[in-house]
Design a protein around this ligand. Structure first.
Ligand SMILES: *Cc1c(COP(=O)(O)O)cnc(C)c1O
Length: 220
């Protein structure tokens, strides 16, 4: 099937309140352009340099989402244009994003990444670390970042019950986050969970944003 057919098939399976991020990492610009021509405007990349290179070659009404692990020293390369950073996993990184956003006179939207999988190779915060960030004095002084919600990745497993339990855990962290929305830079509306293999389960568990790569663009 073509990229356009894949996209349409996925869109038909989504409730209207769920946003689709087309994960285009490693794929050539021509593939992104096919998706763009089929109406897709949100693309996710996991390397800052690759995202910046692609952004320079594609129409400027695309919203670029950084879905990978972010190295502090590279934040400056995405700060001028990035639309949402999914993988924020420390106050230190949030501080650097705030600093680079200020230099660009903008507010950068961020999701805090939670660790929900059993694999310890996946990045992310636990409940205690999330609370620590939300209650820190530093966060209150960061006028150039906005915490828009949470992101997480379930374990890579065929065990549907386990995936469901991990996504439900992330949803309950998201519910906790709502209690902080009196803070000026906390406005939690996005729960980013679900990939090609597990997005239907994620939606059942309350996802509002899914990140789909291989089911749109083919295997990497
Ligand atoms: C690659 C990636 C995806 C997309 O994975 P697929 O299985 O190809 O849909 C989603 N989220 C993150 C964080 C990724 O790195």
């Amino acid at each position: 099937m073509s990229i356009e057919q894949n996209l349409n098939k996925i869109r038909q399976s989504l409730p209207p309140e769920v946003t689709l991020v087309a994960v285009s990492k490693t794929k050539p610009v021509a593939d992104l352009l096919h998706a763009y021509q089929a109406g897709q405007r949100i693309f996710g990349e996991n390397k800052i340099q690759e995202m910046a290179d692609k952004a320079a070659q594609l129409p400027n009404d695309i919203q670029w989402h950084m879905i990978g692990h972010v190295q502090s020293n590279k934040v400056k390369f995405m700060a001028p244009f990035v639309s949402l950073v999914h993988g924020v996993d420390s106050l230190k990184l949030l501080g650097e994003i705030n600093k680079q956003a200020a230099k660009n006179n903008r507010v950068i939207n961020c999701l805090l990444q939670m660790h929900i999988a059993t694999e310890d190779t996946k990045f992310g915060l636990d409940a205690g670390e999330l609370k620590e960030i939300l209650e820190s004095a530093q966060l209150r002084s960061m006028a150039h970042v906005k915490i828009c919600g949470l992101m997480g990745m379930a374990s890579f497993t065929e065990n549907v019950a386990q995936i469901r339990s991990e996504f439900s855990q992330l949803k309950s962290h998201f519910d906790v986050l709502q209690q902080y929305n009196a803070l000026p830079n906390v406005e939690p509306t996005i729960l980013s969970m679900g990939m090609s293999g597990d997005y239907l389960i994620a939606i059942e568990c309350g996802s509002t944003m899914i990140r789909i790569g291989s089911s749109i663009f083919g295997t990497r």
